[in-house]
Each structure stands twice: as structure tokens, then as C-alpha cells.
Design a protein around this ligand. Structure first.
Ligand code: HPA
Length: 239
């Protein structure tokens, strides 16, 4: 519902944009929305693409390249993720401080286009310190709980086994999901500052694992969404 905050929206269906993929996941919509929030120009993707849908990494990240060429200054990302940190609970949010990429492909593989960025992009600050510090400050002011941690990206589409959750936690991840990292890699390649917030939709405790229902994941995401919107609307006002 974040997009409901956009003033004077101009809505463009993905299927009318040349070369844009079309989302195959029903609950992910397919619209690019242009307008303003707090007086700032916004380009929002309602619906994004995942590697598990069968697209190439280049297809998934094409929108980020396009938005960069259109002149965006910041990339704000959100996702739903499994909670691997037992100190936290589902329904809470996690600001992504860093990530581990376990996806089997990379959008930067192949010929490098120097006009976009270097062959070997630096990843010492994948998520903008400036944006993250602002988000922590805003969350404190608004008394919204915002955990900070490491996101691990997997291919999906299956959720993980107990042994996999145990492994992912041991290698240093606090949340697991099937998106975001390809977009962040491409953003970093182009020097585009980005930030990402995970909504922790299900608890991934290997010793006490319950079947994860998509309906529950979507319900938890929807319930948390107003708090995420609040943080991002405020962030947009302040950058
Ligand atoms: N694993 C991977 N992706 C997810 C999960 C999960 O447990 N929950 C929401 N997205």
C-alpha cells in the first residue's frame, strides 16, 4: 500500500514498457508509478521480479538500470524474509546492514558495460550508511522497532529445510529471502546509494519449525506494511 502515498500518480503497466519482464507471482503487481511524496519525485515499482520465476539476473535488474538512467538518486527496497534471529519475532522489521549472496547467478556476469560501472565493483558499503543512519534515527523517533542485520539471498522457490536454516544462521545471517541482492549488486555497480528493509514474515527456528503458509507470510507482511511505509515516507522527506 506504499504506493497509495504517491501524489499525482502516473501509472505505467510493465507490459507497455519495452523489454520489461512481467511478474508471474499473482500477489506481486506489475506497475511502474511516477509521482511525488513529500514534494520529492518518486518512481515506484509495484511488483518486482525474482530469479525463481525463471528470468535471467539481467532481466530482474533491468528496472534498476532503467530507473538509474531516468535519474533516480536513491534506491529504496523492501522485501519479505524469514527470521533466523531467535531474539527477534515475526512481524518485526530488519534494516539490511549487509548481505550474503548464495544465489547461483550474478547480474554482473558477462561483458561489463563501463558506462554503468567497473568490472569489479566494491562492496564495502553495499547499503548506504547515510540512508541507514537516517532510517535508524527515524525509527527511534517514531518508536518503531527496527532491527539491523545480515540478509542472505537464496534462489528459492522452496522455503528452507531445518538444516538449511541452521546453516544460514551459523554463517552469519539474520534473515533469509529470495530477492533484493541482485538489485543491490546492480545499484552498487552504478554507484547508486540504496537501502533495504526486510519484513520478517516467519520464524525460522530449526528446533521448532512449523510449516510456513504463504497466506500467513502475506498476512504478516500486510500487517507490518504501514510501519514500513511510515519509515520510507519519512526517509523520502529527509533525503
Ligand atoms: N525463506 C526464504 N524466503 C522467505 C522466507 C523464508 O523463510 N520467508 C519469506 N521469504
Amino acid at each position: 500500500k506504499f504506493v497509495e502515498q504517491i501524489k499525482n500518480p502516473v501509472v505505467i503497466n510493465y507490459n507497455s514498457i519495452p523489454h520489461f519482464p512481467i511478474s508471474t507471482v499473482e500477489h506481486h503487481k506489475g506497475k511502474l508509478i511516477y509521482g511525488t511524496i513529500k514534494g520529492k519525485k518518486i518512481l515506484a515499482m509495484q511488483g518486482r521480479f525474482h530469479y525463481y520465476e525463471g528470468y535471467s539476473m539481467q532481466q530482474i535488474t533491468l528496472p534498476v538500470r532503467v530507473m538509474h538512467v531516468l535519474g533516480i538518486k536513491y534506491l529504496l527496497i523492501s522485501n519479505a524474509a524469514g527470521n533466523l534471529n531467535l531474539k527477534w519475532k515475526k512481524g518485526e522489521m530488519m534494516l539490511i546492514d549487509d548481505h550474503i549472496n548464495l544465489q547461483p547467478d550474478n547480474p554482473l556476469r558477462g561483458a561489463n558495460f563501463e558506462v554503468f560501472g567497473p568490472r569489479f565493483p566494491d562492496m564495502s558499503e553495499p547499503y548506504s550508511k547515510k540512508l541507514n543512519n537516517l532510517l535508524v534515527k527515524i525509527a527511534k523517533e517514531k518508536k518503531v522497532k527496527l532491527n539491523k542485520g545480515v540478509y542472505v539471498a537464496v534462489m528459492g522457490p522452496n522455503l528452507e529445510t531445518r538444516a538449511e536454516y541452521r546453516f544460514l544462521n551459523r554463517i552469519g545471517a539474520d534473515a533469509v529471502g529470495m530477492s533484493t541482492v541482485p538489485e543491490v549488486l546492480v545499484a552498487n555497480h552504478m554507484g547508486l546509494p540504496c537501502c533495504a528493509i526486510s519484513v520478517l514474515t516467519d520464524d525460522c527456528d530449526p528446533d521448532n519449525l512449523k510449516p510456513a503458509l504463504l497466506s500467513e507470510i502475506v498476512a504478516v507482511a500486510s500487517k507490518t506494511e504501514p510501519r514500513l511505509t511510515e519509515l520510507y515516507v519519512e526517509l523520502i522527506g529527509r533525503v
